[in-house]
Design a protein around this ligand. Structure first.
Ligand SMILES: Nc1ncnc2c1ncn2[C@@H]1O[C@H](COP(=O)(O)OP(=O)(O)OP(=O)(O)O)[C@@H](O)[C@H]1O
Length: 753
């Protein structure tokens, strides 16, 4: 609106003139009420290169005087260095954290200790990457605590650097072009050729290397070292052997060496009549001796199930089974016995499970999604990606039985999609194309996850709601073998699982006194930790100690809090490995690093991965399910480098084996609630002293702690957590002593935070 006419345009005046003040606003102003308020207040922090800060002066001042005035040499940043030189307390903070503890005295140009508890947030001014050194200075200031001078900031481990970029690179704050090569260089020092081949395949799939051929040339000898020692073979053969091995490793992710810039296998190198690798792989699954001998150990229920299933197989009939048993009744034990018996007769059993971690407990186990090539979101009408003429279809034709553990966690449509596809591939109208299908699980445990779904939606997604359920023979296992030496505990678990344990108001369950650790304040958390991880400082590197224990809690935030406490108590030198975060397609750098680094999500590794050698980890991606590297696999950190982790597998049928992990790009999913896709390049692991309850499903944890600062949030979680334990004496839950409605007792749940 233009109010003033005339040639000169005064925007400010126009705004003032055009203002309309309503009566309430007028009153507000007349009575001088506050017009705006910002809490917590935000303090903007100056950033500049050495001697490149702004200085303000009046026209009448002489430049020489301005330059000689000592006040003009002082800025928030230079005074931050000065503060760190004189005050040891401030050295615990980053530049941006300083305003929370000190206030900027502009008159004296110095940082003074803050006495009030007013909350203040510090923000360093934004610097674009195009500003070069200033940008790298900001990167350093965002990560280095307590620098005392420019020189201090430019020095790492005693080595001085002449640019901020080099100093930031040396500290591991910048992504280096050579990171993939460095990863392979580190791995080749350990000299485990099979692990280097596996790492090479993982890099091809997850790291998008640009110059594959030069990596191949450089690390060829390291990848083929064991071929040379095992066989007296010539270079060409080595080439073929390596390509074939890589092909097998890539196949699991639907890739082959042809997809990369690698030498090609000559036509004759793949024998026409050779057994296809998917079938060969199933035929060569290792059969553990203890599984073959396990038939003699089966209890009555297990033996009954074993006989019924074997009878159907021997008669070459088809049937769908569901092994229904509460946690610890030996469902996995039964599948392993069945598999060992059939496999030792040369038959093929396809072993799958709904979760990666349950799949690793079965020899040759794979996740159902990857083995059946199920669509990501199965809906009625979708199909598995199994084509009739493929080797995979032949594998299903040849298989004697299919096992699907933890089936109740799966959406019923997955089951129906598989049924439809197998009918098509096997040309049969019988359920699952006439195959013997052995599903199993426990409906007391975690059910299919329907994001933001109601209880009714969860129930209707259950497999029992599928028409296939009518064709399913349910076989029950009743005896709890996990806690068979503690009958009271087994009975308590059954009552919790069946929902018949009496509850107090707010659905709080009374916990038996042997399990309870009374909550007497924050120090009780240490007592709790000491129960589960006794003498932790003496057990760095102890794989058997680590596999025997874990703390379970419903939420990721609490997992992180407990892991932080435990890693600080763990012996050894601490290493902080930082992720490289960016927003997909953010060419204008709209999102600042601090924001991206602060994003934490269940499936993402943390920005700062605090590690010590010998500490337990958990893998967050299905890197190589055949080799036991699944989402949820527990690992032990044997060695760590800037771009490579050397780990040992702790759980599942590959326990004890080693692997190398590269940094990989992990992205947030559409359900993250973020308005952008965050891409984080980090090792796909987290610490695993503490894990979420959902990740523990299927595992036996002899010393288990359950930390419930708040109610469990989904069906079956309390039961899953408690049923990981073997007895009351080795299961611990901190609880709050409380008097509830005149009833003095101990209750699970609700610790004060
Ligand atoms: N017949 C048996 N003899 C000896 N030990 C057994 C027997 N059956 C099961 N176990 C042991 O009991 C423990 C629990 O068994 P398993 O993991 O098979 O139970 P599960 O029903 O699969 O449990 P979950 O539902 O929690 O996955 C394991 O340590 C297993 O070795």
């Amino acid at each position: 609106m233009e109010v003033h006419g005339g040639s000169t345009l005064d925007e400010v005046q126009q705004y003032v003139d055009a203002r309309w003040i309503c009566a309430p606003e007028a009153f507000w102003k007349i009575f001088r009420f506050t017009l705006y308020r910002l809490y917590p207040s935000v303090k903007r922090l100056q950033i500049h290169l050495p001697n490149r800060h702004q200085v303000r002066y009046y026209d009448h001042q002489r430049i020489v005087d301005v330059l000689n005035d000592e006040r003009n040499s002082k800025t928030m940043l230079t005074q931050f260095f000065a503060l760190n030189r004189r005050d040891p307390h401030s050295r615990n903070y980053l530049y941006r954290e300083i305003p929370e503890h000190y206030w900027w005295n502009n008159k004296d140009k110095e940082w003074n200790r803050r006495l009030s508890s007013r909350k203040v947030i510090g923000r360093i001014y934004i610097v674009s990457p195009s500003e070069g050194e200033k940008f790298y200075l900001r990167v350093l200031l965002s990560h280095v605590k307590g620098p005392t001078s420019w020189e201090d900031l430019l020095t790492n481990n005693g080595t001085p650097f002449n640019t901020f970029k080099k100093a930031a690179e040396d500290r591991g704050y910048l992504e280096m072009d050579s990171s993939i090569r460095d990863c392979l260089v580190n791995a080749s020092c350990v000299r485990l050729p099979y692990a280097i081949r596996r790492l090479f395949a993982t890099i091809l799939i997850f790291c998008e290397p640009t110059d594959v051929r030069s990596l191949w040339n450089e690390f060829f000898t390291h990848m083929t070292e064991d071929y040379q020692t095992n066989n007296n073979v010539v270079e060409l053969n080595l080439n073929h052997m390596l390509l074939k091995d890589l092909n097998q490793l890539l196949e699991i992710h639907g890739k082959s060496t042809k997809d990369y810039d690698l030498p090609s296998l000559p036509a004759g190198a793949t024998e026409e009549n050779a057994i296809p690798s998917v079938i060969q792989e199933e035929l060569s699954v290792h059969i553990p001796d203890e599984d073959i001998q396990a038939v003699a150990k089966l209890n009555n229920d297990q033996m009954n199930a074993f006989k019924i299933i074997m009878d159907v197989i021997e008669r070459k009939q088809s049937q769908v089974f569901f092994i229904d048993g509460p946690g610890g009744t030996g469902k996995t034990f039964l599948y392993r016995t069945l598999m060992a018996t059939l496999r030792s007769q040369g038959q093929i059993v396809i072993a799958t499970a709904s979760s990666g971690i349950a799949a690793t407990l079965l020899p040759g186990g794979r996740t159902a999604h990857s083995r059946f090539k199920l669509p990501f979101d199965a809906i009625p009408g979708s199909n598995c990606d199994i084509r009739k003429q493929t080797d995979l279809a032949n594998l299903f034709r040849l298989a004697t039985a299919i096992i699907w553990d933890e089936a109740p966690m799966t959406n019923r449509y997955c089951l129906e999609v598989l049924d439809k596809s197998l009918k098509d591939v096997l040309n049969s109208n019988a359920p699952f194309g006439g195959k013997v299908m052995i599903m199993g699980g426990d409906f007391r445990q975690v059910l299919p996850v329907i994001p933001k779904g109601t209880k009714a939606q969860t129930i209707s997604a259950c497999i029992i709601k599928s028409p296939l359920w009518a064709h399913t023979m349910v076989i029950r296992l009743r005896q709890n073998m996990r806690s068979m030496h503690d009958h009271d505990f087994a009975a308590f678990l059954m009552r919790i699982g069946d929902g018949v344990e009496p509850t107090k108001p707010d659905d709080i369950v009374k916990i038996p006194p042997q399990i309870a650790i009374p909550w007497e304040g924050e120090h009780s958390i240490q007592i709790f930790i000491d129960h589960i991880f006794p003498q932790l400082e003496l057990h760095g590197w102890d794989a058997s100690y680590m596999t025997q224990r874990a703390i379970l809690t419903p939420k990721n935030d609490d997992v992180q809090k407990l892991n932080d406490i435990l890693i600080n108590q763990f012996p050894g030198e601490e290493h902080n490995l930082l992720s490289f975060d960016k927003v997909e397609g953010d060419t204008h750098n709209l999102y600042q690093q601090e924001l991206l680094n602060s994003i934490t999500q269940g499936g993402l590794p943390p920005h700062i991965l605090k590690l010590k050698k010998g500490a337990p980890l958990m893998l967050l991606r299905n890197l190589d399910p055949r080799y036991g590297l699944c989402n949820g696999t527990r690992l032990l950190c044997r060695g760590l480098f800037m771009n490579m982790l050397d780990v040992e597998i702790l759980t599942g049928s590959n326990a004890g084996k080693g692997a190398f992990l590269p940094r990989i790009k992990l992205k947030t999913s559409a359900s993250s609630g973020l308005p952008f896709v965050l891409s984080r390049k980090q090792f796909p692991v987290r610490l695993s002293f503490a894990i979420t309850i959902n990740k523990s499903q299927g595992q036996t944890i002899p010393n288990v702690g359950i930390y419930l600062p708040r109610h469990v949030f989904s069906h079956g979680q309390l039961y899953v957590a408690l049923s990981r334990g073997v007895s009351q004496n080795s299961t611990k839950v901190p609880i709050r002593d409380g008097k509830l409605q005149g009833y003095l007792s101990k209750f699970a749940g609700l610790l004060e935070n």
